[in-house]
Design a binder for this molecule. Sequence first.
Ligand code: NAD
Length: 416
Amino acid sequence: MPPLSSYEMVNAYFDEAAQLVRLKDELYEVLKTPYREIDVQVPVRMDNGELRTFRGYRVQHNGARGPYKGGMRYHATADLEEVRALASLMTWKTALLDLPFGGAKGGITCDPTGMSPREVEAMTRRFTLAISHVLGVNRDIPAPDVNTNAQVMAWMMDAYSSRYGYSPAIVTGKPVDLGGAPGREAATGRGVVYVLVAAAKLWGIDLSTARVAIQGFGNVGSWVARELHNGGIAVVALSDVSGGVSHPKGLNVPALLDWASGRRPLCEVKQTGGVDRISNEELLSLECDVLIPAALGEVINEANAERVRASVVVEAANNPTTPEADKIMGDRGIKVVPDVLANAGGVTGSYFEWAQNIQQFRWKEERFNQELEDAMVRAFAATADFADRHGVSLRRAAFAIGIERVARASRLRGYV
Ligand code: NAD
C-alpha cells in the first residue's frame, strides 16, 4: 500500500473521531473536505534578474464557526496536499479551543533560506494580492508558520491594506509596532508548556526532575525551551534542521538561544562541559521523560515509533505523528498530547491579537498570558475528561470535541 499523504493521515484521525461521535453520514463530507482551495502562480523577479514562478496556496477548510484562520508556510515541501492537511487541523483546533474561527492554512513551495529579504518580500506581496479577494478581517486571517514571521506578516498587512485600506486585523503575529499583541510571538511555545504542566499534574509526573527533549529551535521550539528552563525544568536535547546537542543533566538554554539569535546552526555549537552532538533521528529516541517535536510533520512514524523512550509526547509541531506511529505509541502506553491541543496557544494568541485590533485596544502582556493559560488549561481539562469518559486517546477526544462543535454550528447556520 502506498504511504498515506499528510491529508489522508489527518482524515484517518477525523474518521476515527467521527465514528466515535456518530457523525451523520450527510454531514461527513461537508466536515471532512475543504470548502475552498486556491492555487496561484507567484512570479518573482529574483536579484539576479531571472523571473521565477512559485506556486502559492490557501485552503479554507471550514468556516461554520467564524472567519477562516491559519498560518502561512514557506517551505520546499509545502504543497496543496500538505496545506489541506494543516487547514483541516486548524478547523478542529479552533473549535476545540472554542474560538470564533474556522480553519485554513496557506503556503508557498519555495526555499526561503536561499532567498534574499527583498525576494521574500516581493514573493509575499505578490502572493497576498493574488489571494486577497478571499482574505478579509471577517473572512480569512493569515498568521505565521514555518519560515514566516512578524516581518512577513507586516508585508502581508501592507500589501492587503494598499488595496483595501488600513487593515491591521487582516493578519495576526504582526510586529507589536504595527498592532501585534505583546505575548503573541511566545504564545505557541508558552501554550505547549501550560498544557505540559496541566498534564503532569493530572498524571502525577514531577516536572522538577523530568528530562525534556525538543526537536526544532525556531519560534515554537525556542520559546518552549526558554519557558521550561525558566521554570527549572531540564532541557536535555535540542535540535534544528542542521542537527542538535544534548546534555544528560540539562543544556544551557540561554546560551543556545543567544547562539541561535546569530543565525548560527546548532550543529556548530562547541562540545564543551559535557555537551554532545545528536542527530534529529537520535533525538527522537533519546532516553528522556518528555519528547516535544516542534519542527516538521511526520517525524514520528512506523520506522521509529518503537524506539521512542519518552513516556509523554507533546506535539508542538503540526501533524508530527503518523497514524501508524500513534497506534504503536498508544499500545506502548506512551501518552500523546495531540497537536490540535498542544500547539493551540498560537491561534488562541492570534484570536487575542485580532480581538484587540478590532477593538483598537491593547492588553498588557500579563493579561494576554493569563487568558492564554486559562484557555489552554480549560481545553486540556475538557479533552482529558472526554478521553477518560469514552476510554479513548487524547487525540481522538480532541478531534471529537471539535467535530461535535463544528457539526452543531453547521446545522444551526442551516448549511445542511
Ligand atoms: P520556524 O520556521 O520558526 O522553526 C522551524 C524549526 O524547525 C527550525 O529550528 C528549523 O531549523 C527546524 N527544522 C526544519 N526542518 C527540520 C528538519 N527536517 N528536522 C529537524 N528540524 C527541522 O517554525 P515554527 O513557527 O517554530 O513552527 C514549528 C512547528 O510548529 C510547525 O509544525 C508549525 O506548523 C507548528 N506551529 C507553529 C505555530 C506558530 O505560531 N508559529 C503555531 C502552531 C503550530
